[in-house]
Each structure stands twice: as structure tokens, then as C-alpha cells.
Design a protein around this ligand. Structure first.
Ligand code: SF4
Ligand code: SF4
Length: 420
């Protein structure tokens, strides 16, 4: 036997993964309640970082989609299916169900019957709870809870919540990790998103003689894999259960485990790859995808945090030319106001930079529904002698009546033609 005595304590993969799973599950439940992210279908807007973003603001949706695409590309290129093993709620629920099932199978008689009954109850509660959390991503959680406690949930919510709960119950009762193996669309994309540097499980072939053929590594694998295989196994979710199991098996003999994580397949017969992998574990593709993800995320967060609650656009009325009639210069401008808040508002419209009394807005106070746009017209009529020929800049300003006087302004210009 080639001995490799243990020189340091094994990394606590299992508690670390549990901590990550619990933290992420808590974040998933809390995100819509804290307003970090949710979609408000009845209001037709999203809430991102506690700010409303209307679905018509398509560039936010586009950026968000691109962020997700590049995040999953980069994460999978570097870490393989680490999402599945460490973060995915389906895995968290499946593993909890496996543990409960294992515990019940060890019981006998009435304890076992009680265990089955409690597990069935817990499963229904879990399904309903998951259905509620899923709906809270689509309807304000506060409204959802109020409607539920007052018994006035509309049929569509009962249907959506019921279908989600039924799907979760069926999945946990019948499928669990089989879903990951055969039906998960993200799992199916793995083949395109991994390369020779991707994190994977490696059996230490150089210490193969230390293996006692106990099969614990394959028995604990939730994806029914054989971790001692040298090929990349795309179904592997990097859960580290095989690493921990082998550690536990060989520890009494004073040996380190034979299964480890590795960036790339560092096998002795692929020296070139081994050298590259040790030099720098990230491939060019992973670096590019990570850089694009970071760039999109920075742009997205900046846009969300700096986005004004009202948008103003001013342009000359396309149907109305500037005209000079009886010594008066006449022109008209279209003012478009978008209320990006979630409450109706009204805005006063004023013009700065033209002689007093020569410009008036119609209407002077513009009412705009939440998330909607409304138009007003600014009519200009000023004596030609007061301004003279040429381009004259002015500013259209709006002020909210309902949101603490929030203001926006936009520059415009008036061209006064020469006399002819
Ligand atoms: S091979 Fe190991 S890391 Fe991969 S899924 Fe199976 S137990 Fe988890
Ligand atoms: S758990 Fe370790 S010792 Fe047991 S079969 Fe797997 S690799 Fe060999």
C-alpha cells in the first residue's frame, strides 16, 4: 500500500455547504419581502433594490437577462455545476427529503408510522410554503399575506399557488435528484459550458493503491456517479459528498482521502494540461465571461441607483412650424412626462429663459398615472423685437406635487427666422 499520512485536517466541506445552502435559501425567501427583487404583475413593474422599474423600461430587462446569462456562463465554466450542488433550492429540498427518508427507514413499528405521517404533513407544508414564496415574487408579499389572512385570494392565485405546491410535492416525493439528471434545462446546458479547466472531482490515481474498494464514494453520490472515473462526468454537482465519504473511510488508517476537487483533469498522461491548470485555473473564456458579467452588473446597479423617479422629454411639435404673425413669433413644444413611481402624480410645468408671460403650458398641471406617460403642450408667443433673429435657448421644468416637489428639466431652443 502506498501510504500518504494525513498532514492537515480535512476541509469541512459538508458544514460549509450546509451553511451556504441555508443562507441562500433564506435569501431566496427574504428577497421579495425586503424588496431586493420581485416582479409586481398586477402593477406591471419590477422591484429591484427597493426601487420600482417599469416593464416598459426594456433596457433594464435586457441588462438583467444578460447579467444572468453571463453569470451562469462564467460560474459554470469555472465551477461546473456548483449552482446545482450548493445553491439550487431543488437540491436543498431533495437532500432534506433524502435525510428524512433515511431516518424514517431506520425506525420500526409505531415510531415509523408516526415518522411517515409527520413527513407527509411536512411535505404538504413545504409545498404550500414554496408556493407562497414563488407567488411573492409575482405579487407584493404584503398584499398576498393580507389577502390570504382575510380569505379573499382570487381564483388565479389559488390556481397558481396550488399548481406550484403540487409540482413541488410531486418532485420531492417522486423525483428529487432524478429531475437534475434527466429534466433540468440548466443541467442539459452543461456540455456547452464546461472546458478542460472547469472544476471537477478527481480521483488521485497516483495513490490508487490506497483505495480499499469500500464504494462509499459512489454510494453517497446523489447523482449515482462513480467518482473514481477519470472522465469528466457532466452530471456531477460538485457537492463534495464523495470527498467527505472517502476522508471518513480512510481517516482511521491515518490516510488522507483519495478524492479531491481539481481545476481540470490533472492526470499524469496529460502533462500539458496539468501544467496549464496549475499555472492558472481560469480559461480565457471564463475570464471574458466573468469580465462581461461584472461590467453588466456595474452598469445595471448604477442605472438602478441613479434612475430618476420622473422622466421628461421636450421636442418641437412636429406639426407646428415656427411662424411669425403680426410681429409675434409663435411656436409649440411637446412635453412628455413619465411617472416612474408606483403612485399617481401631478406635475406643474414652467418655462425658464424666455420673457415672462410669453410661454404657457397646457395644461399647466399635468396628471400622470403610476408608470404611465402623459403629454402637455407649451405654446410660445413672444414679440419678435424682444428676442431678435437666431437661436434662443430655454428650459422646460417640471415639479411633482405629490413626491416632495421632485424636479426634472430639459433644455430646448427656439429659432427665430430673419425678416423676409
Ligand atoms: S461525484 Fe462526488 S461531488 Fe459529484 S455529485 Fe457525486 S458525490 Fe457529489
Ligand atoms: S471512498 Fe475512497 S477508499 Fe472507498 S472506494 Fe471510494 S475512493 Fe476508494
Amino acid at each position: 500500500m502506498t501510504t500518504m499520512p494525513r498532514t492537515q485536517a480535512a476541509w469541512p466541506w459538508r458544514p460549509a455547504r450546509r451553511l451556504v445552502q441555508i443562507t441562500f435559501a433564506a435569501l431566496l425567501v427574504a428577497a421579495p419581502i425586503l424588496g431586493l427583487f420581485r416582479i409586481d404583475l398586477p402593477g406591471r413593474y419590477m422591484v429591484i433594490l427597493d426601487r420600482p422599474v417599469w416593464l416598459q423600461e426594456f433596457y433594464f430587462l435586457l441588462l438583467l437577462s444578460l447579467m444572468f446569462v453571463f453569470f451562469f456562463t462564467a460560474a459554470t465554466l469555472v465551477l461546473g455545476r456548483v449552482w446545482c450542488g450548493w445553491l439550487c433550492p431543488q437540491t436543498i429540498l431533495s437532500e432534506a427529503a433524502n435525510r428524512a427518508e433515511g431516518f424514517i427507514q431506520k425506525q420500526r413499528g409505531p415510531t415509523r408510522a408516526l415518522g411517515i405521517a409527520l413527513a407527509a404533513l411536512a411535505l404538504v407544508g413545504l409545498g404550500l410554503g414554496t408556493g407562497f414564496v414563488t407567488l411573492s415574487y409575482l405579487v407584493n408579499p404584503g398584499d398576498l399575506w393580507a389577502m390570504l389572512s382575510e380569505g379573499r385570494w382570487p381564483t388565479v392565485l389559488w390556481l397558481a399557488g396550488g399548481v406550484t405546491a403540487a409540482a413541488i410535492i410531486a418532485d420531492i416525493a417522486l423525483l428529487r435528484h432524478k429531475f437534475c439528471q434527466v429534466a433540468c434545462p440548466y443541467g442539459m446546458m452543461q456540455a456547452f459550458l464546461t472546458d478542460q479547466n472547469t472544476l471537477r472531482i478527481r480521483f488521485l490515481t497516483e495513490r490508487a493503491k490506497d483505495c480499499i474498494n469500500c464504494y462509499r464514494c459512489s454510494l453517497v453520490c446523489p447523482m449515482a456517479l462513480e467518482p473514481r472515473k477519470q472522465q469528466l462526468q457532466l452530471e456531477c454537482i460538485n457537492c463534495a459528498e464523495c470527498v467527505v465519504a472517502c476522508e471518513e473511510e480512510l481517516r482511521p488508517a491515518g490516510l488522507a482521502g483519495l478524492v479531491e476537487f481539481s481545476f481540470g483533469q490533472r492526470t499524469p498522461w496529460r502533462k500539458q494540461e496539468q501544467a496549464r491548470s496549475r499555472r492558472f485555473p481560469l480559461s480565457g473564456k471564463a475570464l471574458v465571461a466573468s469580465a462581461v458579467f461584472v461590467a453588466y452588473t456595474v452598469a445595471f446597479v448604477y442605472l438602478v441607483l441613479t434612475r430618476a423617479p420622473v422622466a421628461l422629454r421636450v421636442a418641437a411639435e412636429p406639426q407646428r412650424q415656427v411662424e411669425v404673425v403680426g410681429g409675434l413669433v409663435r411656436a409649440a413644444y411637446r412635453v412628455e412626462v413619465t411617472n416612474r413611481t408606483t403612485a399617481p402624480d401631478a406635475y406643474t410645468i414652467s418655462v425658464v429663459g424666455l420673457p415672462e408671460g410669453t410661454a404657457r403650458a397646457m395644461p399647466a398641471v399635468l396628471a400622470v398615472a403610476a408608470g404611465q406617460e402623459a403629454r402637455a403642450t407649451v405654446e410660445v408667443a413672444l414679440p419678435r423685437a424682444a428676442v431678435g433673429q437666431g437661436l434662443h435657448a430655454f428650459t422646460v421644468r417640471i415639479a411633482s406635487l405629490n413626491h416632495g416637489g421632485q424636479e426634472a428639466e430639459e433644455a430646448a431652443s427656439l429659432f427665430v427666422p430673419g425678416e423676409y
